[in-house]
Design a protein around this ligand. Structure first.
Ligand SMILES: [Zn+2]
Length: 352
Protein backbone atom coordinates (compact mmCIF):
# COMPACT_ATOMS: atom_id res chain seq x y z
CA UNK A 1 0.00 0.00 0.00
CA UNK A 2 1.03 3.50 -0.46
CA UNK A 3 0.06 7.02 0.35
CA UNK A 4 -1.30 9.07 -2.48
CA UNK A 5 -0.30 12.25 -0.84
CA UNK A 6 -0.29 15.10 -3.23
CA UNK A 7 1.75 18.19 -3.28
CA UNK A 8 0.72 21.69 -4.13
CA UNK A 9 3.07 23.33 -6.54
CA UNK A 10 3.40 26.92 -5.54
CA UNK A 11 4.63 29.00 -8.47
CA UNK A 12 5.76 31.50 -5.96
CA UNK A 13 4.06 34.68 -5.38
CA UNK A 14 3.79 37.21 -8.09
CA UNK A 15 6.30 39.98 -8.11
CA UNK A 16 4.90 43.33 -8.96
CA UNK A 17 6.64 45.64 -11.38
CA UNK A 18 6.28 49.41 -11.44
CA UNK A 19 4.29 50.60 -14.41
CA UNK A 20 5.36 54.16 -15.20
CA UNK A 21 3.74 54.03 -18.63
CA UNK A 22 0.33 54.02 -17.07
CA UNK A 23 -1.47 57.30 -16.82
CA UNK A 24 -1.78 57.24 -13.07
CA UNK A 25 1.59 57.28 -11.39
CA UNK A 26 0.39 55.12 -8.51
CA UNK A 27 -0.60 52.04 -10.57
CA UNK A 28 1.44 48.82 -10.70
CA UNK A 29 1.27 45.81 -13.02
CA UNK A 30 0.94 42.40 -11.34
CA UNK A 31 0.76 39.54 -13.81
CA UNK A 32 -1.84 40.68 -16.35
CA UNK A 33 -3.63 42.99 -13.92
CA UNK A 34 -3.01 46.58 -12.99
CA UNK A 35 -3.47 47.40 -9.32
CA UNK A 36 -2.89 50.40 -7.08
CA UNK A 37 0.47 50.97 -5.47
CA UNK A 38 -1.18 50.52 -2.09
CA UNK A 39 -2.47 47.05 -3.08
CA UNK A 40 0.96 46.19 -4.50
CA UNK A 41 2.56 47.03 -1.14
CA UNK A 42 0.34 44.43 0.51
CA UNK A 43 1.29 41.92 -2.22
CA UNK A 44 4.94 42.57 -1.51
CA UNK A 45 4.39 42.25 2.25
CA UNK A 46 2.48 38.98 1.81
CA UNK A 47 5.20 37.61 -0.45
CA UNK A 48 7.90 38.44 2.11
CA UNK A 49 5.93 36.82 4.94
CA UNK A 50 5.28 33.70 2.83
CA UNK A 51 8.95 33.32 2.10
CA UNK A 52 9.54 33.36 5.87
CA UNK A 53 6.78 30.75 6.24
CA UNK A 54 4.63 33.19 8.23
CA UNK A 55 1.50 32.08 6.39
CA UNK A 56 -0.97 33.60 8.86
CA UNK A 57 0.72 36.96 8.39
CA UNK A 58 0.73 36.46 4.62
CA UNK A 59 -3.01 35.68 4.64
CA UNK A 60 -3.67 39.02 6.39
CA UNK A 61 -1.53 40.95 3.89
CA UNK A 62 -3.05 39.26 0.82
CA UNK A 63 -6.57 39.80 2.19
CA UNK A 64 -5.84 43.53 2.30
CA UNK A 65 -4.53 43.41 -1.28
CA UNK A 66 -7.67 41.57 -2.44
CA UNK A 67 -9.91 44.15 -0.73
CA UNK A 68 -8.17 46.91 -2.70
CA UNK A 69 -8.13 45.07 -6.06
CA UNK A 70 -10.84 42.37 -6.01
CA UNK A 71 -10.90 42.24 -9.82
CA UNK A 72 -7.28 40.96 -10.10
CA UNK A 73 -7.28 37.13 -10.33
CA UNK A 74 -3.57 36.99 -9.44
CA UNK A 75 -4.32 38.33 -5.96
CA UNK A 76 -6.96 35.67 -5.32
CA UNK A 77 -4.44 33.01 -6.37
CA UNK A 78 -1.87 34.43 -3.93
CA UNK A 79 -4.41 34.43 -1.14
CA UNK A 80 -5.57 30.89 -2.00
CA UNK A 81 -2.01 29.54 -1.90
CA UNK A 82 -1.37 30.80 1.64
CA UNK A 83 -4.87 29.98 2.89
CA UNK A 84 -4.13 26.39 1.86
CA UNK A 85 -1.01 26.39 3.96
CA UNK A 86 -2.95 27.55 7.01
CA UNK A 87 -5.43 24.72 6.59
CA UNK A 88 -8.40 26.89 5.52
CA UNK A 89 -9.41 24.64 2.66
CA UNK A 90 -12.99 25.83 2.07
CA UNK A 91 -11.79 29.40 1.79
CA UNK A 92 -8.92 28.25 -0.46
CA UNK A 93 -11.47 26.79 -2.87
CA UNK A 94 -13.56 29.95 -2.72
CA UNK A 95 -10.56 32.14 -3.63
CA UNK A 96 -9.51 29.73 -6.40
CA UNK A 97 -13.01 29.97 -7.88
CA UNK A 98 -12.84 33.76 -7.94
CA UNK A 99 -9.60 33.52 -9.97
CA UNK A 100 -10.99 30.75 -12.19
CA UNK A 101 -14.04 32.85 -13.04
CA UNK A 102 -11.71 35.41 -14.62
CA UNK A 103 -8.98 33.10 -15.97
CA UNK A 104 -9.98 29.42 -16.20
CA UNK A 105 -6.84 28.56 -18.20
CA UNK A 106 -4.30 28.98 -15.40
CA UNK A 107 -3.11 25.46 -14.41
CA UNK A 108 -1.56 26.82 -11.22
CA UNK A 109 -4.88 27.84 -9.69
CA UNK A 110 -6.35 24.43 -10.51
CA UNK A 111 -3.31 22.82 -8.84
CA UNK A 112 -4.24 24.62 -5.61
CA UNK A 113 -7.96 23.85 -5.93
CA UNK A 114 -7.32 20.11 -6.49
CA UNK A 115 -5.63 19.31 -3.15
CA UNK A 116 -7.93 21.75 -1.31
CA UNK A 117 -10.97 19.80 -2.54
CA UNK A 118 -9.15 16.61 -1.60
CA UNK A 119 -8.53 17.88 1.93
CA UNK A 120 -12.25 18.64 2.18
CA UNK A 121 -13.00 15.04 1.19
CA UNK A 122 -14.66 16.20 -2.05
CA UNK A 123 -13.03 13.70 -4.38
CA UNK A 124 -15.23 14.30 -7.44
CA UNK A 125 -14.35 17.99 -7.43
CA UNK A 126 -10.67 17.19 -6.75
CA UNK A 127 -10.60 14.85 -9.75
CA UNK A 128 -12.21 17.57 -11.89
CA UNK A 129 -9.57 20.10 -10.83
CA UNK A 130 -6.68 17.72 -11.52
CA UNK A 131 -8.13 16.88 -14.91
CA UNK A 132 -8.00 20.59 -15.74
CA UNK A 133 -4.33 20.61 -14.58
CA UNK A 134 -3.64 17.72 -16.98
CA UNK A 135 -5.35 19.52 -19.88
CA UNK A 136 -3.53 22.79 -19.23
CA UNK A 137 -0.01 21.43 -18.56
CA UNK A 138 2.56 21.03 -21.34
CA UNK A 139 2.54 17.53 -22.88
CA UNK A 140 5.33 15.26 -21.60
CA UNK A 141 5.96 17.54 -18.60
CA UNK A 142 6.66 16.07 -15.14
CA UNK A 143 3.79 18.14 -13.72
CA UNK A 144 1.33 16.66 -16.22
CA UNK A 145 2.49 13.14 -15.28
CA UNK A 146 1.94 13.87 -11.57
CA UNK A 147 -1.50 15.34 -12.20
CA UNK A 148 -2.47 12.32 -14.27
CA UNK A 149 -1.31 9.97 -11.52
CA UNK A 150 -3.34 12.00 -9.05
CA UNK A 151 -6.46 11.61 -11.20
CA UNK A 152 -5.98 7.85 -11.45
CA UNK A 153 -5.25 7.51 -7.72
CA UNK A 154 -8.35 9.48 -6.73
CA UNK A 155 -10.60 7.70 -9.22
CA UNK A 156 -9.52 4.40 -7.73
CA UNK A 157 -10.11 5.72 -4.20
CA UNK A 158 -13.55 7.01 -5.18
CA UNK A 159 -14.45 3.60 -6.63
CA UNK A 160 -13.40 1.81 -3.43
CA UNK A 161 -15.38 4.35 -1.34
CA UNK A 162 -18.53 3.77 -3.36
CA UNK A 163 -18.51 0.08 -2.45
CA UNK A 164 -18.28 0.85 1.29
CA UNK A 165 -21.11 0.90 3.82
CA UNK A 166 -21.95 4.25 5.48
CA UNK A 167 -19.12 5.50 7.72
CA UNK A 168 -18.87 4.29 11.33
CA UNK A 169 -18.39 7.30 13.65
CA UNK A 170 -16.02 5.37 15.96
CA UNK A 171 -13.57 3.78 13.54
CA UNK A 172 -12.81 3.26 9.84
CA UNK A 173 -12.34 -0.50 9.91
CA UNK A 174 -14.51 -1.04 6.80
CA UNK A 175 -12.41 1.44 4.82
CA UNK A 176 -9.12 -0.32 5.64
CA UNK A 177 -10.25 -3.91 5.16
CA UNK A 178 -11.87 -3.48 1.74
CA UNK A 179 -9.36 -5.95 0.24
CA UNK A 180 -9.22 -8.26 3.26
CA UNK A 181 -7.49 -8.30 6.64
CA UNK A 182 -3.71 -7.94 6.33
CA UNK A 183 -2.22 -8.08 9.82
CA UNK A 184 1.01 -9.24 11.31
CA UNK A 185 0.79 -12.48 13.29
CA UNK A 186 0.77 -12.18 17.07
CA UNK A 187 3.91 -14.31 17.40
CA UNK A 188 5.83 -11.80 15.22
CA UNK A 189 5.56 -9.15 17.94
CA UNK A 190 7.57 -7.09 18.59
CA UNK A 191 8.10 -6.37 14.90
CA UNK A 192 11.75 -5.85 13.99
CA UNK A 193 12.19 -2.43 12.41
CA UNK A 194 15.26 -1.39 10.46
CA UNK A 195 15.74 2.32 9.92
CA UNK A 196 18.29 3.32 7.26
CA UNK A 197 20.54 6.34 7.57
CA UNK A 198 19.47 9.08 5.18
CA UNK A 199 22.20 11.62 5.90
CA UNK A 200 23.69 11.45 2.38
CA UNK A 201 20.39 12.52 0.81
CA UNK A 202 19.49 16.11 -0.11
CA UNK A 203 16.81 17.42 2.23
CA UNK A 204 17.40 14.84 4.94
CA UNK A 205 17.66 16.31 8.44
CA UNK A 206 18.96 14.29 11.42
CA UNK A 207 15.67 14.91 13.27
CA UNK A 208 13.84 12.76 10.68
CA UNK A 209 15.35 9.64 12.27
CA UNK A 210 13.80 10.50 15.64
CA UNK A 211 10.52 11.52 14.01
CA UNK A 212 10.28 8.05 12.45
CA UNK A 213 11.15 6.30 15.73
CA UNK A 214 8.60 8.38 17.64
CA UNK A 215 5.95 7.58 15.03
CA UNK A 216 6.42 3.85 15.60
CA UNK A 217 6.10 4.49 19.35
CA UNK A 218 2.85 6.41 18.84
CA UNK A 219 1.27 3.56 16.87
CA UNK A 220 2.42 1.02 19.49
CA UNK A 221 0.77 3.09 22.23
CA UNK A 222 -2.40 3.62 20.18
CA UNK A 223 -2.73 -0.11 19.53
CA UNK A 224 -2.91 -0.73 23.27
CA UNK A 225 -0.29 -3.48 23.15
CA UNK A 226 -1.59 -5.23 20.03
CA UNK A 227 1.32 -4.04 17.90
CA UNK A 228 4.87 -3.59 19.22
CA UNK A 229 8.21 -2.69 17.66
CA UNK A 230 11.89 -3.12 18.33
CA UNK A 231 14.64 -1.46 16.30
CA UNK A 232 17.31 -3.68 14.73
CA UNK A 233 20.65 -2.60 13.21
CA UNK A 234 20.44 -4.48 9.90
CA UNK A 235 17.89 -4.74 7.12
CA UNK A 236 18.42 -8.47 6.86
CA UNK A 237 15.81 -10.29 8.95
CA UNK A 238 13.90 -7.09 9.63
CA UNK A 239 10.10 -7.17 9.42
CA UNK A 240 9.72 -3.54 8.42
CA UNK A 241 12.52 -1.80 6.52
CA UNK A 242 12.41 1.99 6.38
CA UNK A 243 14.56 3.79 3.84
CA UNK A 244 14.81 7.34 2.46
CA UNK A 245 14.86 8.23 -1.22
CA UNK A 246 14.53 11.25 -3.48
CA UNK A 247 14.39 9.07 -6.59
CA UNK A 248 10.72 9.40 -7.41
CA UNK A 249 11.02 7.25 -10.50
CA UNK A 250 11.06 4.34 -8.05
CA UNK A 251 7.82 5.42 -6.37
CA UNK A 252 4.57 3.87 -7.51
CA UNK A 253 3.26 7.42 -7.85
CA UNK A 254 5.88 10.10 -8.38
CA UNK A 255 3.97 12.81 -6.49
CA UNK A 256 3.85 10.87 -3.25
CA UNK A 257 5.47 11.80 0.03
CA UNK A 258 6.22 8.18 0.71
CA UNK A 259 5.03 4.68 0.11
CA UNK A 260 4.56 1.48 2.03
CA UNK A 261 4.44 -1.89 0.36
CA UNK A 262 3.49 -5.07 2.19
CA UNK A 263 4.41 -8.58 1.12
CA UNK A 264 1.69 -10.89 2.40
CA UNK A 265 0.73 -14.57 2.45
CA UNK A 266 -2.35 -16.43 3.67
CA UNK A 267 -1.00 -16.43 7.23
CA UNK A 268 -0.42 -12.70 7.37
CA UNK A 269 2.19 -10.12 6.51
CA UNK A 270 5.70 -11.32 5.70
CA UNK A 271 7.49 -8.03 5.22
CA UNK A 272 6.88 -4.32 4.72
CA UNK A 273 9.03 -1.73 2.99
CA UNK A 274 8.52 1.92 3.78
CA UNK A 275 10.23 4.53 1.59
CA UNK A 276 10.00 8.20 2.49
CA UNK A 277 11.11 11.15 0.33
CA UNK A 278 13.24 13.86 1.93
CA UNK A 279 12.10 16.60 -0.44
CA UNK A 280 8.85 17.51 -2.15
CA UNK A 281 8.51 16.59 -5.86
CA UNK A 282 9.51 20.13 -6.80
CA UNK A 283 12.55 20.11 -4.51
CA UNK A 284 11.23 22.05 -1.53
CA UNK A 285 12.09 21.09 2.03
CA UNK A 286 9.62 19.12 4.10
CA UNK A 287 8.49 20.52 7.44
CA UNK A 288 9.11 18.42 10.56
CA UNK A 289 5.35 18.25 11.04
CA UNK A 290 4.91 17.13 7.44
CA UNK A 291 7.52 14.41 7.89
CA UNK A 292 5.81 13.29 11.11
CA UNK A 293 2.42 13.05 9.37
CA UNK A 294 3.97 11.11 6.48
CA UNK A 295 5.76 8.65 8.80
CA UNK A 296 2.60 8.01 10.83
CA UNK A 297 0.57 7.49 7.65
CA UNK A 298 3.02 5.08 6.02
CA UNK A 299 3.52 3.09 9.22
CA UNK A 300 -0.29 2.81 9.40
CA UNK A 301 -0.27 1.13 5.99
CA UNK A 302 2.68 -1.10 6.97
CA UNK A 303 0.87 -2.44 10.03
CA UNK A 304 -2.25 -3.36 8.09
CA UNK A 305 -4.42 -0.32 7.40
CA UNK A 306 -4.95 -1.00 3.69
CA UNK A 307 -6.97 2.02 2.78
CA UNK A 308 -7.90 5.49 3.84
CA UNK A 309 -10.24 7.06 6.35
CA UNK A 310 -12.98 9.33 5.05
CA UNK A 311 -12.48 11.88 7.87
CA UNK A 312 -9.89 14.58 7.30
CA UNK A 313 -8.44 14.67 10.83
CA UNK A 314 -7.54 10.94 10.89
CA UNK A 315 -3.92 10.18 10.05
CA UNK A 316 -5.04 7.64 7.44
CA UNK A 317 -7.00 10.26 5.52
CA UNK A 318 -5.46 10.49 2.05
CA UNK A 319 -4.12 14.00 2.01
CA UNK A 320 -1.33 16.39 1.29
CA UNK A 321 0.69 16.75 4.48
CA UNK A 322 4.12 17.81 3.32
CA UNK A 323 3.71 21.47 4.15
CA UNK A 324 1.75 21.03 7.35
CA UNK A 325 2.83 23.25 10.20
CA UNK A 326 0.64 21.77 12.92
CA UNK A 327 1.57 18.67 14.90
CA UNK A 328 0.26 15.40 13.49
CA UNK A 329 -1.41 13.16 16.05
CA UNK A 330 -3.21 9.85 15.97
CA UNK A 331 -6.91 10.40 16.58
CA UNK A 332 -9.20 8.30 18.78
CA UNK A 333 -10.51 6.80 15.55
CA UNK A 334 -6.97 5.88 14.41
CA UNK A 335 -6.42 4.10 17.74
CA UNK A 336 -9.85 2.42 17.68
CA UNK A 337 -9.27 1.22 14.10
CA UNK A 338 -5.88 -0.41 14.69
CA UNK A 339 -7.22 -2.09 17.84
CA UNK A 340 -10.35 -3.31 16.05
CA UNK A 341 -8.28 -4.60 13.12
CA UNK A 342 -6.07 -6.77 15.32
CA UNK A 343 -9.04 -7.95 17.42
CA UNK A 344 -10.69 -9.02 14.17
CA UNK A 345 -7.58 -10.88 13.08
CA UNK A 346 -7.13 -12.71 16.38
CA UNK A 347 -10.84 -13.61 16.37
CA UNK A 348 -10.51 -15.02 12.84
CA UNK A 349 -7.59 -17.17 13.97
CA UNK A 350 -9.48 -18.56 16.99
CA UNK A 351 -12.34 -19.55 14.75
CA UNK A 352 -10.08 -21.50 12.37
ZN1 LIG B 1 -2.09 6.27 2.13
Amino acid sequence: MRASILVVFFAWLLLSTACPGLAQESMVKVGNSVISEEAAKFVERGTQLSSKQDYEGAVKAFREAVKLAPEAPELHVNLASVLYRTGKFAETVSECNKAINVNPKDPFVWSIAGPAYQMLGQLEQAIGAYKRCVELSPPQSADRKRYLEAVHGMESELKSRQSLPPGNPNNYLAEVTWDGVHCWAKDKMPLKVFLADGKSLAGFRPEFDQVMRNSFGEWAAASNGKVAFTFVPSKQNSDIACTWSNDRSKFVQSGEAGQSIQTTCADGVLHADIVIACKTPDGQSITTEGMHGTCLHEIGHAIGLHGHSRQADDIMFNSDVLFRTTTATLTKRDAATIQALYELKFLERKQK
